[in-house]
Design a binder for this molecule. Structure first.
Ligand code: SAH
Length: 395
């Protein structure tokens, strides 16, 4: 096995069990040149063993750690053990037949680059790094053993694969057929998930607890759900007795699915409206028309992919939050989110506070929200915490 020797004093983050080795930290490689994804040992300059990791020649993240334990070999047993460990962590969550949850959350479950989401009897996998790709068949075989009756589908079509020098790939891995939509139940609500075409692996599982949290505030309220995707927040609002929901998304297929989800749960279609539009433009139009709402959800896509984009992201968040504060009736509630990992909680809160100020609203923060517990954050991997939300009231 090749040995990746770090430059002097570059071992500190690995000693703290952070799983990434950046290209700049590598001094040299000893032994036969490793293939992409192959396991290498990582040593400090003084020869001390640090970790076994997957080698990725193209990425800035040159190696991702599988294990910090010198006695642990990287083989099928290793993956079985890591998968079982990840499942154990989810024992306390809703594991019922129709449930949907993330079973493996990459680095934070000790499996860098590996995502596994379960939608009822369908498992959806993403292999996002060279190491994950290298062990793909092993991982699928182990999953198949643990979930013998499940369909396994691959959605390795995330752009992050290109940074690793990998092609995008999707398709059926195990099982005969995948239905067009998989029906799941989330907190008592039925939802259709389009595993083939839907965003990410088909659905935004990370917002499960925040969708539930909305129920506390939605009774009798007129709700504007911005960036609604398949209508998850709106279903929660209707369940809680919202008087009306307006879904806004620029994806017509997402809105169509939202309408189907509303019907599937037996809610009156007359209490909902679906607008295919750019939220940035529509909020301005509503402002000019002096439309007002009791509850607004802002759950935009990621605005910052790199540090250089954080300033621009701040302006984006400021803009939509300012407009939302303007559209809230007195006593209105704002559920506002950022899923940009580079946007830290404190900074996001400051941007939202500035937005309230500039909108001339006296606002209060009622509570903070975050990603659901099936999206855990490794204690040594703070990058794993990306989704934060604030619930605010405008007086
Ligand atoms: N709240 C959703 C998840 C939202 S994901 C849930 O609980 O499931 C973000 C959504 O924003 C996507 O559906 C995407 O189509 C949509 N989107 C992205 N940019 C947009 C824009 N400028 N205007 C309207 N919708 C947008």
């Amino acid at each position: 096995m090749a040995i990746l020797i770090l430059a002097k004093d570059k071992e500190r983050s690995l000693l703290r069990r952070h799983p990434w080795v950046f290209s700049g930290a590598v001094s040299r490689i000893v032994g036969k040149a490793p293939q992409p994804g192959e396991t290498v040992e990582v040593h400090a300059q003084n020869g001390r063993f640090l970790a076994r990791a997957a080698y990725s020649p193209q990425s800035q993240i040159r190696a991702r750690v599988w294990s910090f334990d010198e006695a642990e070999e990287i083989n099928a047993d290793f993956f079985r053990d890591r998968l079982k460990r990840a499942l154990r962590l989810r024992d306390v969550l809703d594991n019922s037949e129709a449930a949907a949850l993330r079973l493996v959350n990459a680095e934070s479950d000790g499996l860098p680059g590996v995502i596994v989401d379960r939608y009822a009897h369908v498992l959806v996998c993403q292999f996002l790094s060279q190491g994950a790709e290298f062990w793909r068949e092993t991982i699928v075989r182990e999953l198949q053993q643990i979930f013998p009756d499940h369909v396994i589908y691959e959605r390795s079509d995330s752009e992050v694969r290109s940074k690793e020098g990998l092609e995008l790939r999707t398709g059926l891995l195990v099982g005969k057929a995948l239905p067009d939509h998989v029906e799941i139940v989330e907190n008592g609500l039925r939802l259709l998930v389009d595993v083939r075409q839907g965003h990410k692996t088909g659905f935004y599982l990370d917002q499960r607890d925040s969708r539930f949290a909305l129920r506390q505030y939605a009774a009798g309220r007129e709700v504007l759900n911005c960036f609604s995707f398949s209508g998850g927040f709106s279903l929660s609002a209707l369940k809680a007795g919202a008087s009306r929901v307006t879904n806004v998304d620029m994806s017509q297929p997402a809105l169509d699915l939202a309408a189907r989800n509303i019907a599937l749960n037996g809610f009156d279609a007359g209490r909902s409206e679906h607008i295919c539009a750019d939220v940035f433009k529509l909020l301005r139009q509503f402002r000019d028309e002096e439309r007002r709402f009791d509850l607004i959800v802002l759950d935009p896509p990621k605005f910052a992919d790199s540090r250089g984009q954080v300033d621009r992201a701040c302006r984006g968040y400021k803009d939509i939050n300012l407009l939302a504060f303007t559209l809230l009736k007195p006593g209105g509630i704002l559920f506002t989110f950022s899923c940009s990992g580079l946007m830290e909680t404190g900074l996001f809160q400051k941007v939202v506070a500035d937005a309230a100020l500039d909108a001339g609203r006296d606002a209060r923060m009622l509570t903070r929200l975050g990603q659901a517990p099936d999206h855990p954050t490794g204690m040594a991997f703070p990058e794993g915490y990306y989704l934060k939300g604030l619930v605010c009231m405008a007086m």
